[in-house]
Design a protein around this ligand. Structure first.
Ligand code: HEC
Ligand code: HEC
Length: 305
């Protein structure tokens, strides 16, 4: 015990010497924590992202806003009676992009969706009808694949109530009809031949990316004085150099609030504590801030003071 502590102590001392030595050469200075307002909401209450934002209640499921999901089933569900599904309805359901994004996002499924741009995240199921999978297994795999594969990346369609049991029955009936490789209308539809997309647009060109207009507005906001008499420039004279890599460090864990802060909430709380401005999240002013960081290059480099 003592020996371990002693070793630790001398390591710490060596580290301290290193830090002292590099600091003298203008290496990244030790950062003070940015002032932030802890109290109060950073967003309007009630909070809405867009007018008419989904009326579905996802609170019982994992999402960016909530960490909740029905626990993985321990046992497959036993079907009380044989599946009597309609393959034609199943064919429609698997390609329905309004229902959880559709199976075709990940699977090729023969004729489903006319094999229009299916994905290849999951196995090609075009011949699953020959695979000897029984109805109950297929039903359970779709209802909640975690019962057979705890590491699955396929969503639990039944447990998340995207499809009800009757609908899963139709899907099973459809899958059993799949016995031939999919025919693709062109190379683009075939995930094995589809070329990787190439981006040729210039995302910094305001005519291509209207979001860039927001950068100009952000620069005005940067120099506008808030109720405390200070503007962002009062403390950050050279934001393009000083905050060069900030965007790439976001979001971050903020111990003072015990949560993760994104760009928007950071700027809201930081402005409140410094310039006194109130840029509530999801309002006119706030979307501009992320854009200003977008035009700063990403290498971390602070002006040494
Ligand atoms: C009263 C001084 C002051 C004012 C005014 C001020 N800041 Fe800051 N800001 C700081 C301090 C101190 C830090 C902590 C990091 C540091 O020491 O540079 C910081 C950090 C930041 C960071 C994070 C940098 C990082 O790498 O973590 C950003 C982004 C930022 N400020 C943006 C703004 C914006 C936008 C405004 C105007 C709304 C603003 N600041 C106004 C003092 C100020
Ligand atoms: C996010 C991607 C994704 C989506 C969307 C998806 N799957 Fe899957 N699926 C997978 C992956 C990956 C596998 C391979 C094993 C695993 O990870 O569970 C799989 C496996 C399967 C299997 C088992 C195949 C076998 O015989 O081993 C079936 C059946 C299946 N999926 C049906 C569906 C159906 C029906 C839908 C739509 C309701 C769907 N999948 C949507 C990713 C997905």
């Amino acid at each position: 015990m003592m020996r371990a502590l002693g070793k630790f102590g001398s390591l710490a001392a060596a580290a301290a010497i290193c830090i002292a030595a590099t600091a003298g050469f203008g290496a990244e200075r030790t950062k003070r924590p940015a002032p932030i307002a802890i109290e109060g909401d950073a967003a309007r209450r009630p909070w809405t992202r867009y007018p008419g934002w989904t009326t579905r209640d996802y609170s019982a499921f994992n999402s960016l806003a909530s960490i909740a999901s029905p626990p993985a089933p321990r046992q497959p569900r036993t079907l009380a009676s044989p599946i009597v599904g309609d393959p034609a309805i199943g064919r429609q359901l698997v390609a329905d992009r309004s229902r959880g994004g559709s199976c075709l996002a990940c699977h090729v499924m023969g004729t489903a969706g006319n094999a229009d741009l299916p994905g290849s995240v999951g196995p090609d199921l075009s011949e699953i009808g020959n695979a000897g999978r029984d109805d109950e297994w297929l039903f359970n795999y779709i209802y909640d694949p975690r019962v057979y594969n705890p590491e699955t990346i396929m969503p639990p369609w039944g447990a998340h109530r995207v499809f009800n049991e009757g609908e899963i029955g139709h899907i099973v009936a459809f899958l059993k009809t799949l016995k031939e490789p999919a025919k693709f209308a062109n190379a683009l539809d075939d995930p094995a031949q589809r070329p990787a997309p190439k981006e040729t647009r210039d995302n910094l060109d305001p005519l291509v990316n209207p979001g860039m207009w927001a950068v100009e507005r952000a620069e005005e906001l940067w120099t506008a004085s808030g109720p405390n008499g200070a503007s962002c420039t009062s403390c950050h004279v050279e934001p393009r150099t000083e905050l060069k890599s900030w965007a790439s460090s976001m979001p971050y864990w903020e111990p003072r609030l015990g949560k993760v802060l994104g760009v928007e909430e950071f700027v809201t709380r930081h402005a409140r504590a410094t310039t006194g401005q109130s840029f509530l999240m999801q309002t006119e002013e706030i979307p501009h801030w992320p854009f200003i960081s977008a035009i700063w290059p990403t290498a971390r480099q602070f002006t040494s003071t």
